[in-house]
Design a protein around this ligand. Structure first.
Ligand SMILES: *Cc1c(COP(=O)(O)O)cnc(C)c1O
Length: 432
């Protein structure tokens, strides 16, 4: 099949390359792992997006997760416009901050207080400082395959051999910082026990994506998370759930409620801002009392709690809080996934869509039960080919085989049936 028309996107990308490193303001947008240049998106409505060449796609990227109601949702649009008419921000408190906090805290048994920031990265960075400030300890434990934004101490990978000391995975992160982070494989209870035994005196917190969804979808055993909870409690280490992707996605109260496990610190992002820039961290009253101006852990933000962004978050979470919202999301997702998986299975393709809630991941080569990052096949040839075939047939997914896809409220059963057919046709070509 011939490729889609990309003339305008190509010329815009050439210009963008003279302005931005790699032509983009966030690396994965550059299409590097699928080849060719990115599409410049002009607009979105419902589950559909249009690019600058007039091509139309069913969108499963959904701005990498935030758009759980789809594009151009009426409630969000109205909320944002109403807020805008009063100005774009004051650097002083507004009632909208109270309203978004009330919406969240009145339903969330895991945190007493929340602090709004401007991105997921900022939430994680701030909450790590809080964990260290509260415990008076220095080291943090993270897990290989979990992503926590571009925070210095989180841009680390496991050191060689049995050492759990992290080494930096980005230039510009001093080894001294990286060494303050311990890195363990996911889902390895023995490694966990040894690490806690050896490092309990120094460990401020253990940070984890309870549903790791930034390196494929690495669904964890609940027993692993329970063991982590237990060890944290036993040794005075804070359990830090990074729910920037899972929060308000697998349920209003995220993975904490999904697994029924109480974390000590939680971060949110993506969905919380209704498509605008909001992140947040929260904990119980005692821990949050350490945050400035109440306590000694400094953290601030000129645009934090921005009223326009708060309005978008309020409109979105109001929808999410309605009875049956998440059940309906999951039902439509399962319909779509089962449809495609049944086809792949019948044809004997080495392919399966893995799913939880309204998140899905395209897993090649029979790796359904992947539970740690090192089990992922790094070649991604299958993904690259599928990506192209989907794009040519009007379906847009995130341009990387490590990224997950998202289904929004705007993905109707009818649209999902069309999309499933496109997936099946594309798989037939990829596996021909
Ligand atoms: C997206 C993400 C982040 C980073 O959030 P940004 O808003 O991109 O800074 C952090 N943690 C997790 C789990 C995420 O999915």
């Amino acid at each position: 099949m011939n490729g889609i028309k990309k003339t305008n996107s190509e010329s815009l990308f050439e210009t963008a390359k003279t302005y931005f490193p790699g032509g983009v303001n966030s690396p994965v947008r550059a299409f590097k792992s699928v080849g060719g240049g990115p599409l410049f998106i002009k607009k979105g409505d419902g589950c559909t997006i249009w690019d600058e060449d007039g091509n139309q796609f069913i969108d499963f990227c959904c701005s990498w997760g935030p758009l759980i109601l789809g594009h151009n949702h009426k409630g969000i649009y109205d909320g944002v416009v109403a807020a805008l008419q009063n100005g774009t921000g004051f650097g002083a408190p507004t009632v909208l901050e109270n309203n978004l906090a009330e919406l969240i805290l009145s339903r969330n048994p895991y945190i007493d207080k929340i602090r709004f920031v401007s991105s997921g990265t900022e939430a994680v960075m701030s909450a790590l400082r809080l964990a260290r400030g509260y415990t008076g300890k220095k080291k943090v434990l993270k897990f290989e395959g979990c992503y926590h934004g571009h925070v210095d101490s989180m841009l680390v990978k496991a050191g060689s051999g049995l050492a759990t000391l992290g080494t930096s995975s980005s230039a510009g992160v001093p080894e001294e910082y990286a060494n303050e982070t311990l890195v363990l494989p996911l889902n390895d209870i023995d490694a966990l026990r040894i690490c806690f035994e050896e490092s309990k005196e120094d460990l401020a917190c253990a940070i984890i994506e309870p549903i790791p969804a930034n390196n494929g979808l690495l669904l964890q055993d609940k027993s692993f998370l329970l063991e982590l909870r237990e060890l944290c409690t036993k040794y005075g280490v804070l359990l830090f759930f990074d729910e920037v992707i899972s929060g308000f996605r697998v349920g209003f109260n995220g993975a904490a409620a999904y697994f029924d496990i109480t974390p000590d610190i939680v971060t949110y992002g993506k969905i919380i801002g209704g498509g605008l820039t909001v992140g947040a961290y929260g904990a119980n009253n005692e821990i949050m009392a350490c945050v400035s101006p109440d306590g000694p852990v400094y953290q601030a933000g000129t645009l934090a709690g921005n009223p326009v962004a708060m309005a978008a978050g309020i409109a979105q979470l109001t929808e999410c809080a309605k009875p049956g919202f998440y059940e309906d999301q999951q039902k439509r997702t399962e319909l779509f996934v089962n449809n495609v998986n049944a086809h792949a299975y019948a044809k004997g393709y080495n392919f399966e869509i893995v799913t939880v809630g309204s998140i899905f991941w395209l897993s090649f080569a029979g790796k359904k039960s992947i539970k740690s990052a090192d089990q992922i096949d790094g070649k991604m040839d299958g993904f690259k080919n599928l990506f192209r075939e989907l794009l040519n047939r009007g379906v847009y997914i995130g341009p990387s085989g490590y990224e997950v896809g998202f289904i929004s409220q705007a993905h109707t059963p009818e649209k999902l049936e069309v999309a499933a057919k496109v997936f099946c046709d594309s798989l037939d070509v990829v596996f021909a």
